[in-house]
Design a protein around this ligand. Structure first.
Ligand code: DAK
Length: 255
């Protein structure tokens, strides 16, 4: 197996484990990631961390050797597979953190961009170098990158194929936080900042923000009104507001 799924406390950890090829994404590994994400959806966890095995790479992208010599139909199916697998992260019941421990190129960065959050070591490098291979990102990069960092910066990275360091990535909003090694501990610490809150409110907040990106603001505001009203009607909201009044810590029950 080139993907390892484990659990630490209330956090699932998905490790890409093909360090001899810098965790490059073969189509088989994409299928494994998809199956692992389906399992995470049924696990009693409150967050998911995705990271790469070894010292060097989060993931160096699609397996370039495997991409060669495929016919058009197979290639289109391959792109759709990558898009479908990464899109599972959008609908996962829990938020995900990409812990970028080294190179995150091409499909590797596309996987990280599909996560809810990205944290990176200062030594990490990332980019969408597909253009250098005569290719165009196929696993969501042309769509998620401009949504994260804006059209001009996205076109800069996609059309030059240049790689950027973690500090620039944070400056432009591609990475949420620069963190210290060991990166898993840092990612777990970030997860602990939100896993204590109620899952319904966390889910509604994520959904409102995600849907906003695809809607005109007048429609997005309606979505927000609906979802914040739903959150208001949960037992957790009642508990949170009661705890504030009673000057105690709330005990959320995901209800
Ligand atoms: N694929 C396959 N093998 C890879 C790989 C990759 N992406 N990246 C690295 N490796 C392998 C190397 O071949 C090498 O294996 P051996 O030759 O020793 O057997 C081993 O990993 C170690 O790599 P290096 O020796 O190159 O290590 P360095 O530290 O010197 O360099 C590097 C690290 C990350 C700078 C370098 O490996 C590199 O440039 N890698 C390629 C990065 C890249 O270009 N990634 C983006 C790929 S394009 C689609 C359309 C488009 C796409 C996908 C699908 N469809 C329509 C279906 C495109 C997606 C992409 O991700």
């Amino acid at each position: 197996m080139s993907v390892q799924l484990s659990q630490q406390g209330d956090v699932a950890i998905l490790m890409l484990s093909r360090p001899e090829a810098l965790n490059a994404l073969s189509f088989a590994i994409l299928e494994e990631i998809g199956a692992a994400l389906d399992k995470v959806a049924g696990m009693p966890v409150r967050a998911l961390i995705i990271t790469g095995a070894g010292e060097k790479a989060f993931c160096a992208g699609a397996d370039i050797k495997e991409l060669r010599g495929r016919d058009l139909v197979a290639q289109k199916r391959g792109a759709e597979l990558g898009q479908r697998v990464f899109a599972k992260l959008d609908t996962l019941p829990v938020a995900s953190i990409a812990a970028i421990n080294g190179y995150a190129f091409g499909g590797g960065l596309e996987l990280a961009m599909a996560c809810t959050f990205r944290v990176a070591l200062r030594s990490a490098k990332m980019g969408l170098p597909e253009i250098k291979l005569g290719l165009v990102p196929g696993y969501g990069g042309t769509q998620r990158l401009p949504r994260l960092i804006g059209q001009a910066r996205a076109l800069d990275l996609i059309m030059t194929g240049r790689s950027i360091g973690a500090e620039e990535a944070q400056t432009i909003g591609l990475v949420n936080r620069l963190v210290e090694a060991p990166i898993l501990d840092s990612a777990l610490a970030m997860a602990a900042e939100f896993t204590g809150y109620g899952l319904p409110a966390l889910g509604f907040a994520r959904e409102a923000v995600q849907r906003a990106l695809d809607l005109p603001i007048c429609e997005g505001l309606k979505v927000e009104a609906d979802l914040s009203t739903l959150a208001y009607r949960t037992q957790d909201a009642e508990e949170g507001m009661a705890a504030f009044s009673e000057k105690r810590k709330p005990a959320f029950r995901d209800a």
